[in-house]
Each structure stands twice: as C-alpha cells, then as structure tokens.
Design a protein around this ligand. Structure first.
Ligand SMILES: [Zn+2]
Length: 60
C-alpha cells in the first residue's frame, strides 16, 4: 500500500495493491499505473533502487 495524491480528485488516498494495473521498469525508475478510488487512471514514477517504496511494491 502507498499514499498517493490524485490529480483528478485532488485528494491523497491510500492505494492498495489490487488497484495497481501495471508496474513497469523504466530507465527513470519504476512506473506504476493504478486506479484511484475516484476511478481516475493515475501513474506514479517511483525512485531509485533500494528505495522504501520499491520494497513496498515487491511486498505487494
Ligand atoms: Zn482520485
């Protein structure tokens, strides 16, 4: 799970693994696509290797 701010509903909400539609490794980091509680498709580019966020995704 992770907290993300949604650009559509302008709220910061907890996103669950079941809301994640894809996780893609890119040269810039890990691109996570997910659906917000409001139904909006959002993307999140997470940081460098070894970052806590990445560990959370692996656990998910
Ligand atoms: Zn939203």
């Amino acid at each position: 799970m992770f907290d993300r701010h949604c650009s559509a509903c302008d709220r910061t909400q907890l996103i669950f693994p079941s809301q994640i539609s894809s996780v893609t490794n890119t040269d810039h980091g890990i691109l996570v696509s997910y659906t917000c509680w409001c139904g909006a498709e959002q993307t999140w580019l997470t940081g460098a290797r070894g970052h806590a966020d990445e560990a959370a995704l692996v656990a998910a």
